[in-house]
Design a protein around this ligand. Structure first.
Ligand SMILES: [Zn+2]
Length: 140
């Protein structure tokens, strides 16, 4: 542990700092382990938030309603679930990976049903899900 006054390293269990004489409060000076967010997760979240912002105008576009009247409703729901997933992922929550996987599976079905599926449709969700499960054990 470290002295809260001068920052010098102290022997565990000592009550006073050998360097500056300050009282060492064990509870205060014991560093709280902080699990940092991996860079890959941060990158995915930033891209994800941008993607959701791009999707919202499509909801109100003519192209979406031509594909079927339920498409704007589905896109709206996807945007809301998507934002929730990326907020959860940003905070390293396991449920966000599971929710994103479910959302992606539903999106694949919608794309297949509307004849818009292609291999690229799998690419982005595939990367997000792979990275998500790679860091799953580090999440809470
Ligand atoms: Zn000190």
């Amino acid at each position: 542990m470290f002295c809260p006054a001068c920052g010098s390293r102290e022997e565990p269990g000592s009550n006073f700092c050998a360097n500056c004489g300050s009282r060492i409060d064990a509870a205060r000076s014991t560093p709280i382990p902080v699990r940092g967010r991996p860079g890959a997760i941060t990158t995915i979240c930033v891209i994800g938030f941008i993607a959701v912002v791009v999707i919202i105008p499509i909801i109100f576009s003519a192209a979406a309603s031509v594909a079927g009247p339920w498409i704007p409703a589905y896109l709206g729901l996807s945007a809301i679930v998507g934002i929730a997933c990326f907020v959860g992922l940003w905070r390293m929550k396991r449920w966000s990976v599971i929710a994103y996987t479910a959302l992606s599976a539903a999106t694949q079905i919608v794309l297949l049903a509307t004849g818009r599926w292609n291999i690229l449709s799998l690419l982005i969700p595939g990367v997000v899900i792979t990275v998500g499960f790679f860091y799953f054990k580090d999440m809470d």
